[in-house]
Design a protein around this ligand. Structure first.
Ligand SMILES: [Ca+2]
Ligand SMILES: [Ca+2]
Ligand SMILES: [Ca+2]
Length: 240
């Protein structure tokens, strides 16, 4: 809830025109951790002894036509143990009925095509997944399309649809290739770019001057009041 308020304040402060998304939320086994690329990351876990899945959901503030949804990229670091079993992956939530509510997701595999196993260690960048023509990276089976195809083979129901959100998730606990045989797969994700708006999981930069705190500016930095904001500027300058 706090993050929602903060997002709204940042929008009004910097005037992002047509801001693309609201705050993210987690589902299953997911949390913000240090060790991002840089700063914080989201750690998403698939463990057979827990929820068996974990992910982050980034809703769009307003639906975007499939043809206008031109950027989706992220950084990922599979810390335990590997990609496999279709996990980790990104999913693009599509509204096909015009009510703003998702009717299913296009699935996009991460890692090396066409097997999506044997991922490299450490931080990897997907590049822009929209328009990606790697064999088998796209799965349109939820909408009656191919489960193993390319971006451009989207069925008509998808190309006529609206994007309402994106998820990045793991659910590979059943796959020995993904878990190393211990029924647990863990991945860090960072810098999720959803149509130009980037989720870094990092706190916003703090105020630099006392003036930044005035006229309600304190609210955008997450302070309780202007005095607390000014105090943080004073203590910053004393520490430098
Ligand atoms: Ca719908
Ligand atoms: Ca494991
Ligand atoms: Ca980060």
């Amino acid at each position: 809830m706090k993050k929602l308020v903060l997002g709204a304040a940042l929008v009004s402060m910097f005037g992002f025109a047509g801001v693309a998304f609201a705050a993210y939320s987690f589902f299953g086994d997911a949390s913000v951790v240090a060790g991002g690329n840089p700063g914080n990351a989201a750690e998403i876990v698939s463990d057979a002894t827990g929820a068996a899945f974990g992910g982050v959901l980034i809703p769009l503030a307003a639906p975007v036509a499939w043809a206008d949804f031109d950027t989706l990229s992220l950084d990922y670091n599979i810390t335990d143990d590997n990609c496999g079993g279709g996990s980790p992956r990104a999913q693009v939530r599509i509204d096909t009925t015009g009510d703003g509510v998702s009717d299913g997701s296009v699935r996009i595999a991460l890692g090396p095509s066409p097997n999506f196993t044997g991922c490299a260690a450490g931080w990897q960048s997907t590049g822009n997944l929209i328009g990606n023509e790697d064999a088998g990276r796209y799965d349109y089976s939820v909408f009656g399309g191919s489960p193993f195809t390319t971006y451009s083979n989207a069925p008509a129901v998808v190309t006529a649809g609206q994007v309402v959100g994106v998820t990045v998730l793991v659910d590979g606990s059943w796959s020995a290739a993904a878990t190393g045989g211990d029924s647990e797969q863990t991945t860090l994700v960072d810098n999720i770019n959803v149509n130009g708006e980037i989720e870094t999981f990092d706190p916003p930069p703090g105020p630099e001057t006392k003036d930044d705190c005035k006229d309600g500016g304190w609210e955008g930095f997450g302070f309780e009041n202007q005095g607390q904001c000014v105090a943080s500027v004073v203590s910053q300058s004393e520490n430098h």
